[in-house]
Design a protein around this ligand. Structure first.
Ligand code: FAD
Ligand code: NAI
Length: 467
């Protein structure tokens, strides 16, 4: 078969690229090595983790906040198999939706491992051992990423696990030891802490979510400590051993003391590594970076081989589903001869803990490092009527604006539903709004979005109204 475009990998990068190519009139095929479409995000990432976060949040509220709301429950208990079953149904519906979208857009779907024969011919090795070759003028590599393995602490999929197994546990851990205080660790740690597990986070650096604005990590640590999660920061993990159903993790404390932790599960969440195994990149002369294994691309997301593009987790930048999607659209439009644009500085980052964490633009640390003159305004959720009504008063919104022009340079939020509230900041910054612009826009009352307006008021001559 001869195509205009072959997409290898059906995650949010790959399937969106395929749909946009088809919309632009390009004859398109997509290849996926697993039997369901949707990649990490839909199968073992964003969607299942959010399903479990939502279920565990319901339980946690029923156990801890309903009584204050005046709702009494008796014999409350967790049915973990049912929780996992519902999560699996959500995954099935969502991945099934992608199969439907491929058909609707007349995209040919091939199941098997795609690899380069040369720059135009892709071999598909199918599960039954047979091979099929298809040809295209352009190929988009969207093969995503896999959990990073620590060389001295290999996962066994049973007691020392990655996020994939953590989404399918058969029991609530008694003590879950998390290696890595990043996004995966804190989201999945929250799930099991809410369900009653003891959770200990061992983080190498001196802060959790260390790549985000420092205020957010500090505030989140306070809230998660209230949930019962324990943090060992600046600790260097040295190894883990499994004996029966027990796992022992060793680490060095900042003072050089040996720390020994005993638990029944250890989740390793120290980042993800680009995945290119089996692609046959050597056949077309593409090499990957030594660390991180990422494929190098130019400003058009084209590799050094003309007509071969790469997007999503397999290339540089944030490993986020919406970043992969935006790059999928971008590459399809480049291939169709258009001139698309992505503003990488305005890709929001969200952590779906409770309170949620969300950010866009520059952090305060980045502005300081670049010598930019900026002003700040912040507003605590405890001063928000909406947050008091819902009993979600932890957190704040911080706005960073240019000291001279008042243009918003960064927005950092921790609080209720800020995963959604951040969208307003993204739109504002895409249109290069000033903090005062937001102050002059009506915000429905009572909503969490008022906290953003108040933070902008605080950044504009300290004019916040409700603090
Ligand atoms: P992937 O989604 O990894 O898809 C790549 C696909 O390519 C896979 O299906 C793979 O099987 C296939 N493939 C690989 N090699 C071949 C080959 N040779 N032939 C055929 N097929 C191949 N991001 C967010 O933005 N929000 C979140 O809430 C969020 N939550 C997450 C939670 C967890 C637990 C994890 C692990 C990740 C989460 N992420 C989240 C990150 C997000 O899942 C990734 O950034 C996103 O999936 C990357 O998309 P992609 O298309 O680049 O690759
Ligand atoms: P991460 O990069 O978010 O966090 C990894 C953490 O592990 C860091 O804090 C790092 O300092 C720490 N670490 C590294 N080596 C260590 C060691 N030896 N000992 C102790 N700590 C160590 O990576 P994570 O959580 O694995 O997530 C992978 C990717 O998946 C992220 O890049 C993220 O973008 C994406 N993701 C996004 C989500 C979202 O958008 N809500 C949810 C889950 C994942």
């Amino acid at each position: 078969m001869q195509y205009d475009v072959i997409v290898i990998g059906s995650g949010p990068g790959g399937y969106v690229a395929a749909i946009r190519c088809a919309q632009l009139g390009l004859k398109t095929a997509i290849i996926e090595k697993y039997t369901t479409l949707g990649g990490t995000c839909l199968n073992v990432g964003c969607i299942p983790s959010k399903a479990l976060l939502d279920s565990s949040e319901h339980y946690h509220n029923a156990a801890h906040t309903f009584e204050t709301h005046g709702i009494e429950l008796k014999n409350l208990k967790v049915n973990l198999p049912q929780m996992i079953k519902r999560k699996n149904e959500v995954v099935e519906q969502t991945t099934g939706g992608i199969t439907y979208l491929m058909k609707k857009n007349k995209i040919d779907t091939f199941y098997g491992i795609g690899s380069f024969v040369d720059k135009n011919i892709i071999n598909i090795k199918k599960a039954d051992g047979s091979n099929e070759k298809i040809t295209a003028k352009n190929v988009i590599i969207a093969t995503g990423s896999k959990p990073t393995q620590l060389p001295f602490l290999k996962t066994d999929g049973k007691r020392i696990i990655t996020s994939t197994e953590a989404l399918n546990l058969k029991e609530i851990p008694k003590h879950l030891i998390l290696i890595g205080g990043g996004v995966i660790g804190l989201e999945l740690g929250s799930v099991y802490a809410r369900l009653g597990a003891k959770v200990t986070v061992v983080e190498f650096l001196d802060a959790i979510i260390p790549t985000m604005d420092k205020t957010l990590g500090k505030e989140l640590q306070k809230s998660l400590t209230k949930l019962g999660i324990q943090f060992l920061l600046s600790h260097k993990v040295t190894g883990a051993t499994v004996k029966g159903d027990k796992v022992t993790v060793t680490a060095d404390s900042p003072k050089g003391e040996k720390v020994v932790l005993e638990g029944d599960y250890c989740l390793v969440a120290v980042g993800r590594t680009a995945y290119t195994d089996g692609l046959g990149l050597d056949k077309i002369g593409i090499t990957v970076e030594e660390r991180g294994k990422k494929i190098t691309v130019d400003a058009h997301l084209e590799t050094k081989v003309k007509g071969i593009y790469a997007i999503g987790d397999v290339i540089t930048g944030a490993m986020l589903a919406h970043k992969a999607e935006d790059e999928g659209t971008f590459v399809a439009e480049v291939i169709a001869g258009q001139k698309p644009h992505i503003n990488y500085n305005l890709i929001p980052g969200v952590v779906y803990t409770w309170p949620e964490v969300a950010a866009v633009g520059y952090t305060e640390e980045q502005l300081k490092a670049s010598g930019t003159a900026y002003k700040t305004g912040s507003f605590p959720f405890k001063a928000s009527g909406r947050a008091r009504a819902s009993m979600d008063t932890d957190g704040l919104i911080k706005v960073l604006a240019d000291a001279k022009t008042d243009e918003i340079l960064g927005v950092h939020m921790i609080g209720p539903r800020v995963a959604d509230v951040i969208a307003e900041a993204v739109v504002a910054m895409e249109f290069r709004a000033s903090a005062e612009d937001i102050c002059r826009i009506s915000h429905a009352h009572p909503t969490y979005t008022e906290a953003f307006k108040e933070a902008c008021l605080a950044a504009t001559d300290n004019r916040a109204l409700h603090v």
